[in-house]
Write a protein that binds this ligand. Sequence first.
Ligand code: NAD
Length: 355
Amino acid sequence: MSEDDNKSLFELINEPNHEQIVFCNDNSIGLKAIIGIHNTNLGPAIGGTRMWNYSTDEEALKDVLNLSKAMSYKSSLAGLNAGGGKAVLIGKPNIKNRNYLKRFAQFIKDLNGKYWTAQDVNMSTDDIVCINETCPFVVGLPKENGGLGDSSVPTAYGVYMGMKSASKYLTGSESLEGKKVLIQGVGNVGSKVVDYLIDEGSEIYVSDINSNNLDIAKSRNVNVLDPDDIYNMSYDIISPCALGGTINKESLEKINCKIIAGAANNQLGDDNYVPQKLSEKEILYVPDFLVNAGGIISVYHEQIKDLDSEKVMKMTEGIYDKVNEVLKYSNKNKISTNSAAISLAKDRIAQNYKK
Ligand code: NAD
């Protein structure tokens, strides 16, 4: 039983101080959803909708609370005038059809622009386009539907910028030439990070559980590792680009690298033991929500109707300087890099406190 299990509903939403939680229900079509709006001091809450067959409604609530809070920090740190939100649809993805999506869209529409949705786990581009037929508060749309298209392009660029900045901070050189880099997961983002590293002349290692994605990687002459063997050697950089939670008590017994910088959300298995252990092992962790902000930078530009991809990439390049600021702040204040990033994000939100 976790500490959270004893908390009342308002205790759960009070600590990260969520502004509003919306429970959406329509039992005629089996729709159960929760929209979490963490904070809108900086602007409308933006964050994707994920569908998951949670084992309990409480688990879904905790997920949406964590995810929406992380979106506030991500947008704040990226310098966007956007707040943090997220939505979860509870159930097996196969119950979702057009009726279901349109009903959900109506719930978002009722919020009148306080929350903007996008694509997340188990939601396809078609699903998002369908929601957009009923509700205008949708971002992450394909170019032909008035959006900026594939957000993994800026996300990969931000991860690459984060790697270079961390390398500069640690070694005095931003060059990744000859650096041994592991990319864990070569899907949309990971494969594009590989492209940047090929251009830099890095020594690249990849792992994936999807054979199609691995075949594409193999054709580019990178070293392919079995996922069970990835921690059998040392690296300059490990880049988690698959799932969250991969930096945990167990993996940290084996991980041997200088820098961790990757796209996956919520990489740290916990907020106490893991940052402490990273510091003991002198591993420089570049917070995920700092380096993977290219995607939110892209959808934010859709939200403000500024469909300029070059501007998105330019702003994403700013992740280089932001990483440097966070690393210096962490060193100066003798706190973990994760705490430093959260602290700077919270400061900006607090400065914009709505009176
Ligand atoms: P994706 O689904 O295209 O790629 C993920 C890849 O990881 C897949 O190829 C999958 O097979 C692989 N994978 C899954 N489990 C693995 C394991 N145990 N070991 C090795 N590989 C494994 O997803 P994506 O769009 O590339 O996103 C990657 C991560 O970055 C996700 O965590 C996502 O939430 C996060 N992220 C993505 C964006 C974006 O713009 N796409 C933005 C911010 C954060």
